[in-house]
Design a protein around this ligand. Structure first.
Ligand code: 5CU
Length: 375
């Protein structure tokens, strides 16, 4: 069925599937979910997730695992379709065998979560929930186990990509298989940077989330570029969390450092800036000027192709995609609409150089194209 309006599609939205939450409950060190009695004498569950997280963690509840909560959130924010991914730290803390088994089980769980979901806002012709699967990218795992799971993901009709962390990247047969399977790869941080860099003052989660997460993504994607992965696998579809972190801001510096380094100067097929035009960026940047900047940097990428090309202002907005980061960043005070979501929507609406068609692309149409969904 054709629709007359453009959909809103959320490509950055997470879940701890019930089976995963159970795994966290069985643990005695982070990442873990534990129970305690709160100040009012009520039993509550709390989540300790970030490396070296100070204090008692944060409250965790049905928002993190119940599909009805996801659908309610979608309804509240007029989101038509969500591409749901497991939240960090995925399977990173598990031994290889357990990671292999759990990856397959969670992928099946997510397929069911998607395929049996009722509509959220009734967007015609499409389901309301699709998913990113998991790979057991843990230290000591065999390549054949990872390839096994890529094959499994490929058989699941509502799983159109995979989410990966920033470790375990760079394995040739894995990239080859992912490219072959045409899976979108969502690259997402968890570890941040060494917490000693953030000093002694207690700033809650602000520094690891605002800076550590995006710096981690910046390093991961830069290492992929430097390793020539995008030259060898030009059809890989990589989607970067948090608008690519600092990569857009640093890409000319990166290009210059490469050009002046005798070890890497001749390694790549293109100037580093060219590769930004081959990537996808979520639009989780919270500000219109930042979105405009990322869009401009993507738009100039072709001008840095060694085979020739030009700046194209319209390209940037075809590679950026709306996201919410739900269930993270809930409002501190009870409210119907989430400030974090409203900020990202407002930012998309306020980019001065974007026409309505560019906004519609970023809000949803780019996602439908990226995931080969018709509308
Ligand atoms: O608030 C947080 O800790 C997080 C997190 O862990 N992962 C994420 O995707 N967003 C926020």
């Amino acid at each position: 069925t054709l629709s007359t309006r453009a959909p809103i599609v959320d490509i950055h939205t997470h879940v701890y599937l019930p089976r995963y939450a159970e795994e966290l409950r069985a643990r005695s060190s982070a990442p873990r979910i534990y129970r305690r009695t709160d100040a009012d004498g009520q039993l509550e569950e709390r989540l300790l997730i970030l490396d070296g997280e100070p204090g008692v963690g944060r409250p965790v509840g049905p928002q993190y695992w119940e599909r009805d909560q996801k659908l309610l959130f979608m309804k509240r924010h007029d989101i038509d379709i969500s591409f749901v991914s497991s939240a960090n730290p995925w399977l990173d803390f598990l031994p290889p065998e357990r990671a292999h088994t759990l990856a397959q089980e969670l992928n099946n769980d997510l397929e069911e979560y998607c395929s049996t979901s009722p509509q959220a806002n009734g967007f015609p012709g499409l389901r309301s929930i699709y998913g990113f699967g998991l790979l057991p990218l843990v230290s000591g795992i065999s390549v054949s186990s990872v390839l096994d799971v890529i094959k499994q993901v490929n058989t699941l009709p509502h799983i159109s990509g995979i989410i990966i962390g920033t470790r375990g990247v760079g394995n040739e047969p894995v990239w080859e298989a992912i490219q072959q399977a045409n899976l979108v790869v969502f690259i997402h941080p968890h570890y941040g940077v060494d917490s000693k860099s953030f000093g002694n003052k207690t700033n809650g989660h602000v520094l690891p989330l605002a800076l550590g997460f995006p710096f981690e993504t910046t390093i991961a994607i830069t290492r992929l570029i430097l390793a020539g992965v995008l030259d060898r696998y030009p059809n890989l579809r990589l989607l970067l969390a948090h608008s690519g972190g600092a990569l857009p801001q640093l890409s000319s510096r990166l290009a210059s450092c490469i050009a002046h380094d005798p070890i890497v100067a001749k390694r790549l097929k293109h100037d580093a800036r060219y590769y930004l035009g081959k990537l996808y960026f979520d639009a989780v940047a919270y500000g219109a000027e930042e979105l405009r900047f990322v869009s401009d940097v993507i738009g100039r990428a072709e001008a840095y192709s060694f085979t020739g090309g030009e700046y194209n202002a319209d390209v940037g907005s075809t590679r950026m995609l709306f996201g919410t980061d739900h269930p993270f960043f809930p409002p501190l005070e009870a409210s119907q609409k989430w400030q974090s979501v409203e900020d990202n929507l407002k930012a998309i609406w306020s980019v001065r150089t974007w026409e309505d068609s560019a906004r519609a692309n970023v809000l949803g149409l780019n996602a439908l194209r990226l995931f080969d969904l018709e509308c």
